[in-house]
Design a binder for this molecule. Structure first.
Ligand code: UD1
Length: 416
């Protein structure tokens, strides 16, 4: 079983070009089913979740070629509409294939994506959006059977601006007759990227980035080429690492406004943050001061995925910071591991109270989920002595060449 070994306490210095966005590429790979033509997708990160999506596409009959960071999907050869349970389980966000397969074939059979490390992950909003569009969905024995003789455009009002439900509704609406309007849509940059890909295929989609997305469906689609946006959560993780370990780092490729909740917070915590349109530079002495309560929210609020690494950075320093997690129940499993490094964190339900300590000590640690794992890496970089981090399959879901990237910044980190 491989582990990451980090000797902490080294300053980080240098520039990181940020990888392609995991949360963009996954729905775009699913969306490549819609056209029945060839999609050339550039800047795909090398992640286990991407491999899982590719395995699903191959199972469905698509032909895939991968060269460097470009994945080419030929979905003209699609010949089935079922996704077996083992492929669904590989990836938490496999529910996105529901809307895509349904849109392409009028039918979809897949197992219910189960709960995940972050707690139950309901898809009720996805299902009710698809039902509004005319899909009949039977849920039996952990399986979903969806069919739609024809999908019909409609108004969909989401009770929560769910990212996945917005994406599923957009994909299915591309195959519906007439106009679909999604109210209270998620506004994340990844939704905008999905819209850009769909439009490149010829679809008529507008409004992404606002809370109203409008799709004029049943437009003929064609082959397309697309470049996936950079991953704002990876960028936030590198900034948190620089803030915690001390040093001067630059992240490149993410528009500065996408990082504002994180850069504002780190600036309030005492870091010197300089921003250009696609580049953020952060200078830190490695000791942060407490900031006002941090509450996660949908975009453009503070991203739940950046919560753990930023919390890890604030464990070393002065004062007390309150974190409130509004999205997922089990977001705090990394806090027990941070406590073993000497962090002072108390968790009560959705609230975590972090009292800054003068220093952290290296320890044997186990990642329990993707971003919690990133928090352990951030803390280990800032700690005195050696840390060994296991549970790397979680990190491999979201960070491409993690050890190489941090080593290029001067970290003492190896995977053994
Ligand atoms: C996506 C991201 C994930 C991020 C999350 C929130 C991908 C692949 N994953 O996940 O990294 O942490 O957005 O920014 O893009 N909910 C329901 N019913 C539903 C759907 C969601 O109650 O049918 C709830 C969820 O439990 C959660 C909230 O809505 O509390 C937001 O979830 P959602 O935006 O759907 O997250 P995901 O799309 O799963």
């Amino acid at each position: 079983m491989s582990v990451i070994v980090i000797s902490g306490g080294r300053r980080l210095e240098g520039c990181v070009p940020v990888q392609g966005s995991k949360n963009s590429v996954l729905p775009i790979l699913a969306a490549s089913l819609l056209s029945g033509c060839v999609s050339v997708i550039h800047n795909c990160p090398d992640l286990s979740d991407v491999a899982a999506s590719v395995a699903i596409l191959e199972h469905l009959g698509c032909r895939i070629a991968r060269e460097g960071d470009t994945i080419t999907v030929d979905s003209s050869t699609l010949d089935r509409c079922d996704i077996p349970e083992h492929l669904m389980r590989e990836m938490r966000s496999s529910a996105i294939f529901l809307g895509a397969v349904l849109a392409r074939t009028g039918e979809a059979r897949l197992s219910m994506p189960g709960g995940c490390e972050l707690g139950p992950r309901p898809i009720d909003l996805h299902l009710s959006a698809l039902r509004r569009l005319g899909a009949e969905i039977a849920e039996q024995g952990g399986g979903l059977r969806c069919s739609a003789r024809s999908l019909q455009g409609c108004d969909i009002s989401l009770t929560i601006p769910s990212v996945g439900a917005t994406e599923n509704a957009m994909l299915a609406a591309c195959a519906a007759r007439g106009r679909t309007a999604i109210y209270n849509a998620a506004r994340e940059p990844e939704i905008v990227d999905l819209q850009r890909f769909l439009c490149a295929c010829g679809a008529k989609v507008r409004g992404a980035g606002s809370d109203l997305v409008v799709i004029d469906g049943s437009v003929p689609l064609h082959s397309a080429e697309h470049r996936v946006i950079a991953d704002r959560i990876c960028a936030a993780t590198w900034l948190a690492a620089g803030a915690a370990a001390g040093g001067e780092i630059e992240v490149e490729g993410v528009p500065r406004e996408q990082l504002l909740p994180v850069t504002d917070l780190l600036a309030q915590a005492g870091c010197d943050v300089r921003e250009e349109s696609q580049r953020v530079t952060l200078i830190s002495d490695g000791y942060l001061r407490a900031v006002p309560p941090v509450r996660t929210a949908s975009y453009p609020g503070f991203p739940t995925d950046a919560h753990p690494p930023v919390m890890a950075a604030l464990t070393k320093g002065t004062g007390t910071t309150v974190f409130v997690e509004m999205m997922f129940e089990n977001r705090y499993r990394h806090t027990q591991e941070l406590a073993r490094m000497g962090a002072d964190i108390r968790v009560e339900g959705r609230v975590a109270v972090v009292c800054g300590v003068p220093g952290l000590q290296g320890a044997r640690l186990e990642a329990a989920d993707l971003r919690g794992g990133a928090a352990l890496v951030v803390a280990a970089l800032a700690a005195e002595g050696e840390s060994r981090i296991g549970g790397l399959h979680h990190l491999d879901r979201g960070y491409e060449r993690l050890t190489e990237t941090l080593r290029s910044l001067g970290a003492d980190i190896v995977r053994v």
